[in-house]
Ligand binder design. Structure first.
Ligand code: DHB
Length: 390
């Protein structure tokens, strides 16, 4: 097969890029090792910035987010056993949407199918070829065992945090920036009604907890745990006790409990690969950067990348001027580093450090007080959480 843009990775970044290119009359082929069902059954993030929602709705992917999603005009920051609301509408003139990433994926996969997009799920042995030439390629084996090769003008690595594409950038031409954290998140889904109207980001001496939501009857919650935690060694009762202890306070706030239907431990790190272009290879989404989940930025950053990338590819395919591709890397990285800082800041403000001292804990409480006690502090959080303008 020959196509204009070969895309490795059929998650939200790869599918949204393929959708945007198709609207501009540009052909692409998307391939992914995972089957559609595997991707749909992986529990992922839950919060969309208003800009991400506009991208889905205004470009004709789907307006299901408006029907099935929930607008959230703020969050609670909870510390010292009390909740403090950060009002996004008032402070940043924006809201976010609770709409699971798996639904974003389903909407995008349906839209590509509806519009006749070429998306090949469930392949194996994927290799990328000749990225520094003007005929890069993708080689893979299909589910039936037959070998295939796709040749393209530009190759996009949207293949997630374990990207094979980013390894194609020669070591001497790239920098990888990494920060590890000495904790992880224990995430659960529970069959229960909501415990609070909005998300609750909680600092406690026992560690961080996040009370999120999925539907009226299913809730998503997380608590900070050691990175080597085996989720199956925790009983449901122990999980609820830990969550309740972290959110407890003099106001009597408690979580409504119910059967736990899914549990995983999520790894936690900050990562950036620079530049996001090498020759005719472009990186997008988690292939180029990972953020810790605390600021809900991962999916939103991936969508912001491909919006800029689609424009750059349109320009280079129209004019042949390849400066647009370097422009992509520069523009995308500017947002990436703001999001890196925001996610790092939210993480370090709200999590307890193993081996931390009372000084560390009291300093964090001082920081939290200064954020909720100041309009400027709260507005900074609201602007970062709801997302910076394009
Ligand atoms: C969810 C995940 C996040 O990392 C976050 O910051 C907020 C919500 C979620 O899965 O619902």
């Amino acid at each position: 097969t020959h196509t204009a843009v070969g895309i490795v990775g059929g998650g939200p970044a790869g599918l949204m890029l393929s959708h945007l290119l198709s609207r501009a009359g540009i052909d692409s082929v998307v391939i992914d090792n995972r089957t559609r069902t595997e991707i749909e059954n992986t529990v992922r993030a839950g919060i969309l910035e208003a800009g991400s929602v506009r991208l889905l709705v205004d470009t004709g992917v789907s307006d299901r987010v408006h029907r099935d999603g929930d607008a959230h005009e703020g969050i609670a920051l909870r510390f010292g056993g009390a909740s403090h609301r950060i009002d996004f509408a008032e402070l940043a003139g924006a809201s976010v949407w609770l709409y699971p990433q798996t639904d974003v994926f389903t909407d995008l996969a349906d839209a590509r199918e509806r519009d006749g997009g070429d998306v090949r799920f469930g392949v194996r042995d994927t290799q990328v070829l000749d990225v520094a030439t003007d005929r890069p390629g993708i080689r893979y084996t299909d589910a039936g065992g037959a070998g295939h090769e796709v040749r393209c003008r530009y190759l996009v690595g949207a293949d997630g945090s374990r990207s094979i594409c980013r390894l194609e950038v020669p070591e001497r031409l790239r920098a990888h920036y990494v920060r590890e954290y000495p904790f992880a998140w224990f995430g659960i889904l529970a069959e229960a009604p909501k415990s609070a109207p909005e998300l609750v980001y909680t600092h406690s001496p026992r560690g961080f907890a996040l009370i999120s939501q999925r539907t009226e009857t299913v809730q998503r919650m997380y608590f900070q745990c050691p990175p080597d935690t085996d989720p199956d060694t925790w009983s449901d009762a122990a999980i609820w006790d830990e969550l309740q202890a972290r959110v407890a306070g003099p106001d009597g706030f408690t979580l409504t409990e119910g059967p736990i239907t899914a549990r995983t431990v999520l790894r936690f790190r900050s990562f950036v690969a620079e530049p996001m272009r090498h020759g005719n290879l472009l990186l997008a989404g988690d292939a180029a950067h990972t953020v810790p989940p605390t600021g809900a930025k991962g999916l939103n950053l991936a969508l912001a990348d491909v919006r800029v990338l689609a424009e750059a590819l349109e320009q280079v395919l129209r004019t042949g001027d390849d400066a647009a591709l370097d422009g992509y890397s520069t523009r995308a990285l500017s947002r990436v580093w703001k999001a890196q800082h925001f996610s790092y800041w939210m993480t370090t403000m709200l999590h307890t450090l193993p081996g931390g001292t009372d000084f560390d804990l009291r300093r964090q409480l001082g920081e939290l007080e200064s954020v909720v006690g100041s309009r400027a502090g709260s507005a900074y959080l609201a602007e970062g959480y709801t997302g910076w303008p394009a």
